[in-house]
Design a protein around this ligand. Structure first.
Ligand code: G6P
Length: 607
């Protein structure tokens, strides 16, 4: 992944570069670096670990220069050390890179055979060597870049500077995002519009294979055949203000508490409560012909898709295939003509999901995208754009984006059901009413925050935790386990309650907390039977249910969390809250870095 930024400025740029990196930290945060040109020569500072380490270094040893590139890294090739941190300098070129050069070994062997030596283990340094070699052969910077780009396989976004050229930045992208920002006598490159937001709102999105030469005065964009092209300049609308935590301790906590508001704000675009109707933001998109839906996503977004499968099949009676994106592409899925492929993503940039989307497009599928970042690649490539209006999500562990995805997917399921003639006007009115109740139910769930905080020590000391659920609560068990793993580093597994006896039951003893997600309803008794199997083996049960469920089955649990009574359709949204809060408070009790957990990144733009 990694975040990159480049600035051709009128005055010193280091502060702006570092501020840009702060806005890109969601893309990785294991090391960072910046390089400028001062009196024709490169000046560089790099630091291992979080961006603050680089900022401290720069405070002690400031870096002047009106042109610069900078990078925040999520390690792929080589450990997150200072030597592996970008920018890499080889001879007269320095560059930063996001993505993976898949043929780097072959290129490195070729360069090594010529006696070239490497200062890092990265694939990026190989690109710097290739460009430096062309420069040494007497080519200009632009001719050198042109010669090297066709040799790179894989995914990359690159920003480069050349010794002695303090009015030139060169960028290139293939399979990783890169935008050009247009300023007043200044120009910029960045991984996204957010990084550039304090400096400019005028953004040109580079297309696959594009490369670009920037000076302070002009921007020249070329396609992969090296033909000059123009790319539309749009106003990004992304706020320049740095998003803050308000009076919350962590972004994750703030985002959990924002859910009633952002779910309401999201649903506004999909519900017409007075008419008792659901509506798509693109009303002319015809769902009547959809025979099958293929859902593809990663991480938490995938679990939103798993919940949606239950809804699409139950309400619309449309069969659903669902895969994690990294598996989907390589299993040669059979995609029928006229099928609808639905992609779910907070960032809209996840490399595997984006590649799956392009595969489906090539296979003639209609593309629907549930996405939170409206300027993202997936949003721009959708036939049917289904936005979640969750606002920027900063905490690496997804929370509010997830519940907004569920809200959109529930409304979409109802649209599909109506289009397929599987839902009466009465049933539609009922669904609209229940969806409109979701924000209030989320508020009621959040009221249990303090109680959940008090029970966090029951889980914080555990080595393993099991989450159990049935039906749509099974994906919620998976999501609960993922949240706990991500931010507290406790091993957790989500299991279909009925499947537990086929394996995980062997793990149960009195040191294993078992979180059971079981709202009242047709599956309740069955889940409770599985819970009894856990209790019989000494497992320590935390039951998340409603008042009736807790009255029936709460005895013997070490703790219970009471959720409001709510319609089954909105239960997954509401039950997301306690699993998020539990993971959050356990992580706080353990003292981990809640918003930037180790080894993770918010947006994964490598395969
Ligand atoms: C990363 C994030 C997760 C997220 C997943 C999918 O792993 O840490 O929180 O669920 O990517 O990201 P997307 O942006 O496609 O929803």
């Amino acid at each position: 992944m990694c975040g990159i930024i480049g600035i051709l400025g009128k005055s010193d740029v280091t502060d702006q570069l570092v501020a840009g990196l702060r806005r890109l930290e969601y893309r990785g945060y294991d090391s960072a670096g910046v390089c400028t040109i001062v009196d024709g020569a490169f000046q560089r500072r790099r630091a291992e670990g979080k961006l603050d380490n680089l900022a401290k270094k720069l405070a002690l040893d400031p870096l002047p220069g009106r042109i610069g590139i900078a990078h925040t890294r999520w390690a792929t090739h080589g450990a997150p050390t200072e030597d592996n941190a970008h920018p890499h300098i080889v001879g007269d070129v320095t560059l930063v890179h996001n993505g993976i050069i898949e043929n780097f070994k072959e290129l490195r062997d070729e360069l090594s055979a010529e006696g070239r030596t490497f200062a890092s283990q990265t694939d990026t340094e190989v690109v710097a060597h290739l460009v430096a070699r062309e420069l040494e052969r007497g080519k200009s910077p632009i001719e050198s870049v042109k010669a090297v780009l066709p040799r790179l396989h894989g995914a990359f976004a690159l920003a480069m500077m050349f010794k002695g050229h303090d009015n030139m930045l060169v960028g290139a992208r293939l399979g990783a995002p890169l935008v050009v920002g247009i300023g007043e006598g200044e120009n910029y490159l960045g991984s996204d519009a957010l990084a550039l937001a304090p400096m400019t709102q005028k953004i040109a999105y580079l297309e696959e294979g594009d490369w670009v030469v920037l000076s302070r005065e002009k921007i020249d964009i070329f396609d992969r055949e090296n033909a000059p092209v123009t790319r539309e300049v749009t106003l990004s609308g992304v706020s320049g203000a740095m998003i803050d935590k308000g009076n919350h301790r962590h972004f994750m906590q703030k985002e959990i508490f924002e859910q009633p508001v952002v779910v309401a704000q999201t649903l506004q675009a999909y519900l017409k409560p007075l008419e008792g109707k659901v509506a798509l933001p693109i009303p002319e998109f015809d769902l009547a012909e959809v025979k099958r839906v293929t859902i593809v996503a990663c991480g938490t977004s995938y679990y939103a898709g798993l919940v949606a499968k239950y809804w699409f099949e139950k309400f619309a009676r449309v069969p659903v295939d669902i895969d994690v994106a990294s598996e989907f592409r390589y299993r040669e899925p059979v995609l029928e003509a006229g099928g609808l492929a639905l992609f779910i993503s907070q960032s809209g940039e996840t490399a595997d999901t984006l590649a799956a989307l392009r595969h489906c497009r090539a296979e003639g599928q209609k593309i629907a995208v549930v996405v939170n970042v409206p300027t993202s690649s997936m949003a721009r490539e959708a036939d049917l754009l289904l936005p979640t209006n969750a606002g920027p999500e900063i905490g690496v562990a997804s929370t509010k984006a997830f519940t907004c995805q569920l809200a959109v997917l529930a409304a979409f399921a109802a649209n599909l059901a109506r289009a397929k003639g599987k839902m009466t006007a009465e049933e539609e009115r009922d669904i609209v009413q229940h969806l409109a109740e979701a924000p209030a139910a989320l508020n009621a769930a959040l009221a249990h925050d303090e109680e959940i905080e008090k029970m966090a020590p029951l889980v914080a000391g555990a080595r393993d935790v099991l989450y159990l659920g049935r039906g749509p609560d099974y994906p919620m068990a998976l999501e609960g386990a993922l949240k706990l793993k991500e931010i507290s580093y406790i091993h957790a597994e989500g299991y279909a309650a009925g499947e537990m006896k086929h394996g995980p039951i062997a793990l149960i003893d009195d040191s294993v907390p078992v979180i059971v997600i079981a709202p009242s309803g047709p599956l309740f008794e069955k889940t409770v039977s599985n819970m009894q199997e856990v209790a019989a083996r000494g497992g320590r049960i935390v039951l998340i249910s409603d008042a009736a469920g807790i009255a029936k089955a709460g005895d013997g649990a070490i703790a219970t969390i009471e959720m409001p009574d709510c319609h089954p359709l909105i239960q997954p949204l509401v039950y997301a809250v306690p699993v998020q809060l539990l993971a959050y408070h356990v992580a706080v009790a353990k003292g981990t870095d809640v918003d930037q957990p180790r080894n993770l990144a918010k947006s994964v733009t490598v395969e």
